[in-house]
Design a protein around this ligand. Sequence first.
Ligand code: ATP
Ligand code: MG
Length: 457
Amino acid sequence: MYERAEHGISRAAIDDNALKVLYRLREAGYRACLVGGGVRDLLLGREPKDFDVATDATPEQVRGLFRNCRLIGRRFRLAHVLFGREMIEVATFRAPHDDEAEDEGQVALSEEGRILRDNRYGTIEQDAIRRDFSVNALYYDIEDFSVLDYTGGVEDLRAGVLRLIGDDVDTRLREDPVRMLRAVRFSAKLGLTIAPEVEAGIHDLASLMQTVAPARLFDEVIKLFHSGAAVTCLDELERFGLFEAMFPEAADCFADPDLGAERRQFLVESLLNTDKRINEGLGVNPAFLYAAVLWAPVQVVAAERIDDGEQEIPAWQQAMAEVLDRQVKTVSIPKRFSLIVREIWELQARLERHRGGRALRLLTHPRFRAGYDFLCLRARAGDADPELCRWWTEIQEQDEDGQKAMAGTQGKGPKGDGKSGAKGKSRRGGRRRRRGRKGGGGENTGSAANPDSGGGE
Ligand code: ATP
Ligand code: MG
């Protein structure tokens, strides 16, 4: 235990609504602590993303204390206390599994050892040891403002180490393979070193990612790539084989000895931009992210179909549909996002035809901005003509007459006839067209891309 004077957490740094929940629980005679990322980040001197509360009150008892409270989750039952748009998550202390609990149906494991249900309540010490990492198992006790540490988390935090709780790494990762993704995210975002035994465990068990519910992986992937440290996350996911386990087709494209590095570079450019936007507090759209991750496979499949004699437009349509269909079996992409993903892709060919009324109409397309950002990032990675990006940047800065002039007959775009469409030199990816695109638009000018680009909304 670290007393009030021994740690740097001040109540002023804690969210008012979280404090309200803590005090209300305590007044009702329950134990109430801040736990998880909130405590960890405060100890690191960072601003927490959210504040989670742990208590010995059951979810039903919590609901009895707050007007705006709903109970959620089956696998893991929780109370959400709502304050306008803000939400404080309140979890009841949980006990580890044993056969008795399993017999009573409070907990359940799958054949691979995955936790299917986890609703057996227990003491705070028990609650601590069933959390994932020691640095995530620290409690800030509202009773006396001390920090309670049952797992050596404070020391690990000071040493900058991310360590799974317990001796049996294998079991802990099998119980919930998502912990592997969490390890990557916390280490990348907080600059912690993953403990060697955890590294080894992840290398061995990365393929278990395929047993995780696709909807959950969608959320986790967003958390990884919207963490503000997306490029590091990508490197680490690849190093562990986790990227391949979740995005096999993209990983395959990046492994291509000829074109892999360039294709991957486009994703890196997108992620750099996402990081920049996140760190500047700008919005980011999950659809943009998935469009970027899956762009290489779509290019490859489309190019193969075209090489096989298919017409361009249907070839691209088919490629987009196929790649998305295959992907959602591992990492789901809700329709409301996959529709936007397709729109961003479809805009790429349309942005190459920049003449006449069509160009002007594109400027009012609801996804124009995202499509344009995507194009400019491709240009940065050598996957599209930087002149094209510049042209679209410029036309947005014109008044109506200037726009008409640019789109009109004398205001040609960079490539003259504007009909190159999906055939443009920048298009690439097909296995059978590996060489010979040095001439056109491959220059990485960097500064040509709009500084604000890359995030969608
Ligand atoms: P952040 O909110 O900054 O992403 P966090 O550590 O608070 O990080 P949450 O997902 O909010 O992460 O979870 C809150 C806490 O619940 C964690 O700190 C950890 O103690 C526990 N926890 C969350 N997910 C798991 C898991 N898969 N296995 C074990 N414990 C978990
Ligand atoms: Mg949290």
